[in-house]
Design a protein around this ligand. Structure first.
Ligand code: NAD
Ligand code: WQD
Length: 341
């Protein structure tokens, strides 16, 4: 049974990936400093799967601790989720973002070099396509000019991995460019648990629905899109997690660097999200139309053909599934993991 180290694995995408890896028969080791998560998520991963996770509280930048983890375990591949991800915060605190997101990468690569681990998957983002590329995005497009420090950390990290794989031909790197992950595990036991006011659309929607926030503001209604609101490639987090299982199978059998978009290939608008959420959950969502948000693109979505062709992966869940599961998680856990039930 191959063992996979999930750096930052207690977070939103990491915890869902842990479930799918355990279900697929992999051993899972998680290292996280809980900068944006809680060990409770991993307890619930164990509850859902009936399997154990080896859990370390560790900052990935702590080289000594990281090396201990690599030496204590026979690690076959690493998935690097460990990063700060709030776009607005990255503009206000760029040094903190570069320090965390780049140093975690360098520490992982050094520990891998030291212990002979050759396989790594990185959580990149559609944001690296920048503003210049036209939709749908395909993997061979050049990385664009990013609009914020968070985006630059993803673009720079991709470059670091590409250089490392060029220098060491035995290294195997998979760069996964996620589009807009939303939803939660259908059990409602794990999900997205943002701290403070949510930056992203779906947690804002669910917090309005549960009565924690007054009203959703839809940012802009005069975009050149099907209904005037922005469109995005929303992807169910369980589909995304299953994409990681396929990426692990792939990274273990190849060398060099490969990039994959993980998206559905179908854009939906903010208005369609609100409509689907209201319909499938039989809830009225308090919302108003407001100004555009600075830095938002009118639309972006994936061409997801490469992942289907090379990984044998494509999404299965619908927008209604995403809206239903997001609400199921929020209503069962109005305060996220802080008040466990
Ligand atoms: P998340 O914040 O829920 O998970 C990130 C995890 O990394 C958290 O558990 C956090 O505590 C941990 N972490 C951060 N810095 C660390 C450090 N120095 N040492 C140890 N642990 C550390 O975010 P997520 O949504 O699960 O995202 C996972 C990854 O995917 C991130 O790198 C993010 O940038 C990337 N990504 C996310 C999205 C999205 O919309 N959610 C989209 C594209 C890319
Ligand atoms: C989605 C849509 C908003 C909140 C971000 C990052 C990107 C990636 C995914 C990490 C947009 C609209 C939102 C609200 C709204 N993350 N919206 N009212 O901006 O597409 O992407 O997360 O890599 O890098 O930039 O996601 O969820 O913030 O917004 O109308 O209160 O919802 O304008 O059209 P975004 P989002």
């Amino acid at each position: 049974m191959a063992a996979i180290l999930l750096a930052g694995g207690a977070g939103y995408i990491g915890s869902h990936t842990a479930v799918e890896l355990l279900n697929a028969g992999y051993a899972v080791i998680v290292a996280d400093n809980y900068a944006n998560s809680s060990p409770e998520a991993i307890r619930r991963v164990e509850e859902i799967t009936g399997k154990q996770v080896k859990l370390y509280e560790a900052d990935i930048r702590d080289d000594k601790k990281l090396l201990e983890i690599f030496r204590e375990n026979q690690i076959d591949a690493v998935i690097h989720f460990a990063g700060l991800k709030a776009v607005g915060e990255s503009v206000a605190k760029p040094v903190m973002y570069y320090r965390n997101n780049i140093d975690t990468t360098l520490s992982l690569l050094e520990a891998m070099q030291e212990t002979g681990v050759k396989n790594i998957i990185f959580s990149s983002s559609a944001t690296v396509y920048g503003e210049e590329n036209s939709v749908p995005y395909t993997e061979e497009m050049k990385r664009g000019v990013c609009t914020n420090p968070y985006g630059w950390t993803k673009a720079m990290t991709e470059q670091i991995f590409e250089d490392a794989a060029k220098a060491d031909p035995s290294l195997s790197v998979v760069l996964l460019r996620y589009f807009n992950p939303i939803g939660a595990h259908p059990s409602g036991r794990i999900g997205e648990d943002p701290r403070g006011i949510p930056n992203n659309l779906m947690p804002y929607v669910t917090q309005v629905a549960v009565g924690k926030r007054e009203c959703l503001t839809i940012f802009g209604h005069d975009y050149p899109t099907k209904d005037g609101t922005c469109t995005r490639d929303y992807i169910h987090v369980v589909d995304l997690a299953k994409g990681h299982v396929k990426a692990v199978d792939y990274v273990l059998r190849h060398n060099g660097t490969e990039i994959f978009n993980l998206g559905t290939g179908t854009p939906y608008s903010v208005k369609e999200i609100v409509e689907s959420f209201e319909r499938v959950n039989a809830i009225k969502l308090n919302h108003v139309y407001g100004n555009r948000r600075l830095g938002d693109l009118a639309e972006f979505y994936a061409n997801a053909d490469k992942a289907e062709r090379l990984l044998g992966w494509k999404t299965e869940k619908t927008l209604d599934d995403m809206c239903r599961d997001a609400w199921n998680w929020q209503k069962q856990n109005p305060d996220g993991y802080r008040k466990s039930n």
